[in-house]
Design a protein around this ligand. Structure first.
Ligand code: SAH
Ligand code: SF4
Ligand code: F3S
Length: 477
């Protein structure tokens, strides 16, 4: 995903690429009903998963999805507030939607997700083209809100809930490859990382009834899916208490229940928080082959003083202990990370600690960002955003360079190994090749062979690597 020798322009490009929205579409679901909606999603997997819940609610209300924006009577944009650039992207898209609206005045434009929640009715004032503003916990209200908007009144619902998990809604798998799907297992976040807007846009943490999670996984398997990713901002703090029996289900127990749906259903999860990931989770992963050997464990910074300012509630020693436990209990586990450069008052030496951590933890890959101050967060209120942008970007370039080399060496060690790979579809570059992932979440490109199709497991021997992907060929038997 990242270039070997990034320039500052390339860094911006990397960041932009990550923010590209995706229009959702599923040919089988597209209809010719009078009301068609077009939905674009930005931000994290949670948002993409939410768009599938929205699509399900709308289809019950008589709408059908379309990929062609010109056919739509309703355009929805599911937004992200995590960094300033994420919000800029959304505003640019709204200006483009405005052009459509000029040609079709009855067209409705709705803003969903985190930016809707952050800006609330300010959105309606700032962006005249917006007819609906709907926060992440208010999607059940969409049919009513749309009706109000159709009657010519602007409509808004940004109430956050302590209970809503959309547990009973079966998501419409719009952008699906038919092989892997997201399952949302919890919502909100109770951590207060000082840089982060999510607790404000997503509200309090709540876990979904595990019976509905297992049922959703079973249903997906029955429909031919082979991989599910369990989603939450902090999956390790999953905790559900059965109101009838008082029985408590934690994340390790949930993983076990989902793993038992079928040995050929692969299970991934994201995101793990270093303060909460337990040995019980690690031993559960070790016990079941279909629980993938891959953990996304964002460090954010390699320096304890900065981690404290970030209010991450662990220090670098704690983090290292958790990484050591992972490698000791699951030796072939891959670990990836999120990193922020140039957080308030970060010194050059502290930045060096982050570079050292990347090497020490031997991440297979990382998502890397420079700090972007978000209004209302603890950091915005308490600290000065005092690292100049060119310094933030230069540190980011250094982080990307080090990670890129660590990834390349990580991948080099795979040459000659054979992995079980789940075929996801054609490779981007050639329809003669398949792409798929191994348990460690590494993308492998290999030549097609008759008899294999997306959703099949194959054994692939790795013959060549870059810092981003592995290449190989199918080995029989
Ligand atoms: N819940 C996840 C992270 C969700 S946000 C966790 O705790 O790890 C995804 C990533 O965006 C974060 O891990 C962080 O690296 C980055 N991020 C969040 N707020 C940011 C900000 N204000 N500026 C830059 N990057 C930020
Ligand atoms: Fe944000 Fe921290 Fe919650 Fe992650 S754990 S969503 S970084 S507040
Ligand atoms: Fe963005 Fe909201 Fe996700 S701010 S990263 S879409 S939870």
């Amino acid at each position: 995903m990242y270039n070997d020798n990034p320039t500052l322009d390339q860094i911006d490009k990397v960041i932009d690429e990550k923010k590209q929205g995706e229009a959702y579409y599923n040919a089988e679901l597209s209809g010719t009903s009078a009301k068609q909606f077009y939905i674009e999603s930005y931000g994290c997997a949670m948002n993409f998963s939410d768009s599938e819940i929205v699509a399900s609610i709308l289809s019950k209300a008589g709408f059908s999805p379309t990929r062609n924006i010109l056919d739509a009577s309703l355009i929805l944009i599911n937004t992200c507030s995590i960094r300033e650039k994420a919000e800029d992207n959304v505003r640019q898209r709204l200006h483009i939607f405005n052009k459509h609206k000029k040609n079709k005045p009855e067209l409705l434009v709705g803003v969903l997700g985190c930016m809707a929640e952050r800006l609330k009715k300010k959105f309606l004032e700032e962006e005249k083209i917006v007819d609906l503003v709907v926060g992440p916990d208010a999607y059940r209200d969409l049919p009513n809100l749309i009706q109000t908007a159709e009657e010519g009144e602007k409509s808004i619902n940004v109430l956050l809930s302590r209970e809503e998990t959309y547990a009973d809604i079966s998501p419409l798998r719009l952008g699906s490859n038919g092989v892997s799907a997201f399952i949302s297992i919890m919502r909100g976040c109770d951590n207060m990382c000082s840089f982060c807007v999510v607790p404000f846009t997503r509200g309090r943490e709540r876990s979904r009834n595990p019976f509905t999670i297992v049922a959703e996984a079973q249903d997906l398997y029955d429909k031919g899916y082979k991989e599910v990713t369990l989603l939450g901002q902090n999956v390790d703090s999953f905790k559900w208490e059965n109101p009838e029996t008082g029985e408590v289900v934690n994340f390790a127990q949930l993983l076990e229940r989902v793993a038992m749906v079928h040995p050929k259903l692969r299970i991934r999860f994201s995101t793990s928080h270093p303060k909460d990931i337990t040995d019980e989770v690690l031993y559960t992963i070790k016990k079941y082959d279909n629980l993938c050997n891959y953990i996304h464990l964002p460090v954010q910074s390699g320096n304890s003083r900065v981690l404290e300012l970030m209010n991450r509630t662990y220090d670098s020693d704690w983090y290292k202990e958790r990484v050591s436990a992972i490698y000791q209990i699951i030796p072939d586990c891959a670990i990836s990370s999120d990193i922020i450069t140039g957080f308030c008052s970060e010194t050059e030496e502290e930045h060096q600690d982050t570079l050292e951590m990347i090497k020490w933890a031997n991440y297979s890959m990382s998502y890397m960002f420079y700090y972007s101050e978000r209004p209302g967060t603890l950091a915005a209120r308490k600290y000065t955003d005092d690292i100049p942008l060119p310094t933030k970007k230069r540190r980011l370039a250094e982080v990307i360079e080090v990670q890129s080399e660590v990834s390349r060496l990580h991948n080099l060690k795979d040459i000659g190994k054979t992995y079980e790979v789940l075929i996801e579809g054609d490779s981007k570059k050639s329809d003669q090749d398949f792409k798929g992932r191994n348990s460690q979440n590494k993308m492998i490109i290999f030549e097609k062979q008759a008899g294999y199709k997306p959703g099949d497991y194959v054994f692939v021997k790795v013959t060549d690597v870059t810092s981003a992907t592995l290449k190989g060929h199918i080995v029989n038997g």
